[in-house]
Design a protein around this ligand. Structure first.
Ligand SMILES: [Zn+2]
Length: 281
């Protein structure tokens, strides 16, 4: 019994991948923090410090840690405030420039389920071997996760939800595909995931018996809006190639509510476009 508990805390300690920033600074920082968590909990004297740190420095979607304050929470988050190529944005369809964008070639494999509640969203981590090819660039799929409502808006309107499929090229560039979700029928790709959705922050669900297919999230028509932006979570690093698919898929009211019940509104508000243009194919 003791062993089982020990294993559980080790597992929880290792679990943490930040939304929209796999492998980046925030991920490492989160890992350190979570790695320290079990020992903190064992020494009651440290609990105060932990709470204090949480109150001062932890980012979220409301109050003192909310999006308006991200840039002030830590030096590393400065881009959230000063960046001129931030995401998400409102996509104004009348201002989009028609371009000869290469089609996104999706080469996704099925994978055993590896899902984590990282405190900000539900994230499904993907093993190596799934990728997209856009022109000459190849990006490997690292993870996908969800926001409700959608972070990008189109002509001022948010969608009920969005899936962000986060990819990284061999050169280290991030490419994120956004799949907008409008309220309608239950989304069959989400059903097996939502059934076992981890409810507690830091909780992880791994199962070889449940397979995940990132392809199942995609609409049939994969035409897209393209622009250069950032992570939508701290540290808000720029240089992210955004590919927001034009055509939404459906998600039921209940499925949106199940995510919102855990995280509330977990969408960063839209940011200034500044001197960027959005193109589309
Ligand atoms: Zn995201």
């Amino acid at each position: 019994m003791k062993n089982t508990l020990g294993t559980t805390s080790i597992m929880l300690a290792l679990v943490s991948v930040a939304a929209c920033s796999s492998g980046q600074d925030e991920g490492r920082e989160e890992q350190k923090k979570h790695a320290a968590a079990p020992s903190v909990e064992q020494h009651s004297g440290d609990t105060g410090d932990k709470d204090k740190e949480h109150a001062v420095a932890h980012w979220g979607y409301e109050g003192a840690g909310g999006p308006q304050h991200w840039g002030d929470l830590k030096e590393e988050f400065a881009f959230c405030k000063t960046g001129k190529k931030q995401s998400p944005i409102d996509i104004s369809t009348s201002a989009v420039s028609k371009a000869d964008l290469p089609a996104i070639e999706f080469h996704y494999q099925e994978a055993p389920l590896s899902m984590v509640n990282n405190g900000h969203t539900i994230q499904v981590n993907y093993p190596a071997g799934s990728s997209i090819k856009v022109g000459d660039a190849t990006y490997e799929l690292l993870q996908f996760h969800f926001h409700a409502p959608s972070e990008h808006t189109v002509d001022g309107k948010p969608f009920a939800m969005v899936a962000h499929l986060v990819h990284k090229s061999a050169e280290g560039n991030l490419g994120v595909v956004g799949v907008l979700m409008k309220e309608g029928n239950s989304n069959p790709a989400l059903e097996p995931l939502w059934k076992v959705m981890p409810k507690q922050s830091g909780e992880k669900v791994d199962s070889k018996d449940i397979t995940v297919s990132a392809s199942a999230l995609l609409p049939e028509d994969r035409s897209y809006y393209s622009y250069s932006g950032s992570l939508t979570t701290p540290p808000c690093s720029e240089g992210v190639s955004w590919m927001v698919l034009k055509n939404p898929v459906e998600v039921s009211t209940e499925q949106v509510a199940a995510l919102a019940a855990l995280f509330g509104n977990n969408a960063r508000p839209v940011q200034e476009l500044h001197d960027r243009t959005v193109s589309a194919n």
